[in-house]
Design a protein around this ligand. Structure first.
Ligand SMILES: *Cc1c(COP(=O)(O)O)cnc(C)c1O
Length: 724
């Protein structure tokens, strides 16, 4: 990797005394350690804000005088030394939870493959929940010392930015990632040039450049085809997420799986096991099988080794959600592979056959299930749905016995819990559990939440709410100043939001199954609810529709038009360009987090967990994680009955009744001290019951306990102990 990383605008290097800032800026460790972020912010708060909290960009752009100023400030240097010391101790500490519990597995590594990663908004390599799950997985493995190396794509055009036109139609803006101003580094060869390699088996050849993101102790290698050495078609492969036709999608998955495998061997990274996040990277297992055959194994023996050392996590609750490819396309790219594996075409195609699919397409999830001995769904209900969906792969078993396990998703607490909220817990839980952050998956420490005075929790909540509203207004002010908005649009964009009003948040991708407009099913009833003179309600929406999803864009426009009408009195707002940063503000600052997808389409859902960590109450349909998370007193559950043509009407009616009879009265039932004690009690119950269980700490420990040792043992014993 390159040493002098930051090409500073003025040309002068970062002063030696604080040179460590450069190193630190390239390790996302800063993103989940507020004290490290403060170190950057203190160089110059305006520059920090202007860089959109991206230290690499800030250090590149900032004039020398500000760096010189902090070098002359003893208090800054004292803090700098403390944080840098903390950082290097974190990086050197290989005696984390994992090595304590698995002392013999010290030399083994797991390779984690995913098509997207949601780590920080400065790295736009995600579309939604799947990506954030992967990002949180890496951060937590780093915190726990689980030996992991990750592979993904460098999406040079990231995901789209969203602008809402005056009539409510979504406009998509492509933004090119400035790789030199992002926390990514080139991976170089021995001659100091960026590592460049060919993806095997594709003609004309595709070259892949390699980048590295450091996620604490976990390195993430990113594959980049958007380089001058490639044809325009080849450049497009890694430039955007989930676009293009079937063939491009197949080539993408070949690059990710087979190219990704090759990158690891080129870098000399030896891994013992593979974890696939969804089916997109499954070809990595094919390449591993081929290598074992090259070493002299038969196909069945090679397959057994690969299966015994691989785990597949599926996130899709419907058959149509999996990637499938027609046989002629598979022939086009894999006919050279058949002989290399020592099998014929039919046997190969069988590996991706889903007996439930009459069209006989090559199914990436079916392939992944056949190539892994361990597979899991991401919530209890998703497990039931998946076992039913994949039953025909195990025709001799009853659906309940289909070997698809469950590990329910969780979120990375230091990433998603507001820093002041953490401070409040340290103040009241800290005296008894001084290391509560290290053991936050221990439910008993959360019992101490009752120690927090209602008044303190409530004022912090109001502060977070004000912070959210300020941010929305400030963004609108900037848009207004750039002449990009009609005056009326500012109402729909949230200018009228009032922090004393009960506020519902709805923010997620605008796929039709998420039913963003469900609450408008009976517009008159909703109007009466939100414009109630004494007990008003406001709703903040955010989310992007996929650029090809016309239906999603129409749903969005429908909501935006309601937001524009005076009958809704400025109580409906739509916040543009939902991403990691906006999500942080929303999950910290609204009162209620609404979720109403069409069951069973929500495999798990994670944004509600993020909200819960911050005392925001979930009001959700009975689906995904909420079937496990809801305990009758930590929020509200509705709907979720069997399918019926009246379903939207029924679900909406139940939601209105909940709002009218329970949620609104509880919120406005304040005591003479101005605090709604009943509401605060529910906030505490929500944090207490959800934080320890739906954390990625609990999740990673489950992966480790259930799978990783068996995978590693299989590899460690020369494949003697692999499952059959
Ligand atoms: C957590 C998160 C998601 C996933 O949330 P769901 O509830 O699963 O839809 C999507 N986008 C962003 C920006 C997130 O932070």
């Amino acid at each position: 990797m390159q040493d002098e990383l930051i090409h500073r605008q003025g040309g002068s290097p970062i002063p030696d005394r604080i040179r460590g800032l450069a190193d630190l800026s390239y390790n996302l460790w800063w993103s989940w350690h507020p004290e490290a972020r403060v170190l950057f912010k203190q160089v110059n708060p305006h520059a920090w804000r202007e860089s959109i909290h991206n230290p690499v960009k800030m250090l590149r752009d900032i004039p020398d005088q500000f760096l010189d100023r902090v070098v002359g400030n003893p208090e800054y240097l004292r803090r700098y030394d403390i944080i840098m010391d903390r950082f290097s101790r974190y990086m050197e500490n290989h005696n984390g939870w994992f090595s304590e519990t698995h002392p013999s597995s010290r030399t083994l590594t797991i390779a984690y493959f995913s098509a997207e990663y949601g780590l920080h908004h400065s790295l736009p390599f995600y579309a939604g929940g799947l990506g954030f799950l992967a990002g949180d997985h890496l951060k937590e493995c780093s915190d726990l010392g689980v030996p992991l190396v990750a592979v993904g794509f460098m999406y040079s055009q990231g995901y789209l930015h969203q602008r809402i036109l005056p009539d409510g139609w979504q406009d998509n803006i492509r933004e090119f990632l400035d790789r030199e101003a992002a926390p990514v580094r080139r991976v170089t060869d021995s001659a100091g040039r960026q590592l460049l390699l060919d993806v095997p088996g594709i003609t004309p050849s595709i070259k892949v450049a390699v980048w590295r993101v450091d996620v604490g102790k976990v390195p993430l290698y990113l594959l980049d085809t958007d380089i001058p050495e490639n044809t325009p078609q080849a450049r497009a492969i890694s430039s955007r997420l989930y676009t293009g036709d079937k063939e491009q999608r197949l080539v993408q998955e070949i690059v990710l799986g087979i190219g990704g495998r090759k990158v690891l061997s080129e870098l000399g990274i030896d891994f013992s096991a593979v974890h696939l996040n969804e089916g997109h990277p499954s070809f990595a297992l094919l390449e591993r099988t081929r290598e074992f055959i090259e070493d002299g194994l038969s196909f069945p023996d090679a397959l057994a080794r690969v299966r015994g050392t691989s785990v597949f996590t599926t996130h899709t609750p419907v058959a149509a959600g999996h990637d499938v490819f027609p046989a002629p396309l598979i022939d086009k790219y894999f006919s050279g592979y058949y002989p290399a594996l020592g099998i014929d075409r039919d046997t190969f195609l069988d590996l991706g056959r889903n007996p439930g699919d009459p069209a006989g397409m090559f199914n990436m999830a079916a392939f992944a299930l056949k190539f892994t001995a361990y597979h899991n769904a991401v919530s209890l209900n998703h497990g039931i749905v998946s076992r039913r969906m994949w039953h025909h792969l195990w025709p001799d078993l009853v659906p309940e016995q289909v070997p698809i396990d469950v590990i329910t998703n969780g979120v990375h607490l230091p990433t998603w819990m507001n820093q002041r909220m953490e401070g409040l817990f340290s103040k009241y839980i800290g005296p008894v559990y001084p290391h509560w952050q290290q053991e936050h998956d221990n439910p008993s420490l959360w019992e101490m939440i009752d120690e927090i005075p209602d008044k303190e929790l409530w004022s912090l909540h109001l502060w977070l709410k004000a912070k959210l509203f300020n941010r929305i207004r400030e963004r609108k002010r900037q848009r207004w100043a750039s002449h990009l908005k009609e005056p009326l649009n500012l109402v729909a964009d949230g200018l009228m939001l009032n922090p004393t009003v009960l506020t519902i948040g709805f923010a997620r991708r605008f796929s039709s199954y998420k039913r963003a407009d469900l609450i408008f099913h009976d517009p008159d009833r909703l109007k009466r609810i939100v414009t109630n003179r004494w007990l008003p309600v406001q709703i903040i929406f955010a989310g992007k529709a996929h650029p090809d999803d016309t239906e999603g864009k129409q749903i969005l426009q429908r909501i935006y038009r309601y937001a524009l009408t005076p009958e809704f009195a400025g109580r409906i707002a739509f916040v543009e360009d939902y991403g990691e940063q906006t999500a942080q503000y929303l999950v910290h600052g609204v009162d209620v987090w609404l979720n109403n997808p069409l069951p069973p389409m929500e495999a798990c859902g994670t944004s509600g967990m993020k909200a819960a960590l911050n005392g925001v109450l979930n009001c959700s349909i009975r689906d995904g994680w909420w079937l496990e998370g809801y305990n009758g007193k930590n929020g509200w559950a509705f709907g979720g009955e069997e399918w019926s043509p009246e379903r939207d009407a029924m679900d909406a009616a139940e939601l209105y009744t909940l709002l009218e009879k329970e949620i609104i009265p509880l919120y406005y039932n304040t005591s003479l001290d101005g605090i709604p004690h009943g509401w605060v009690k529910m906030m505490k119950e929500s944090i207490r019951s959800i934080a320890p269980v739906f954390s990625s700490r609990r999740m990673i420990k489950e992966y480790v306990r259930r799978y990783y040792p068996s995978l590693l043992k299989c590899a460690e014993t020369g494949f003697e102990t692999c499952p059959v």
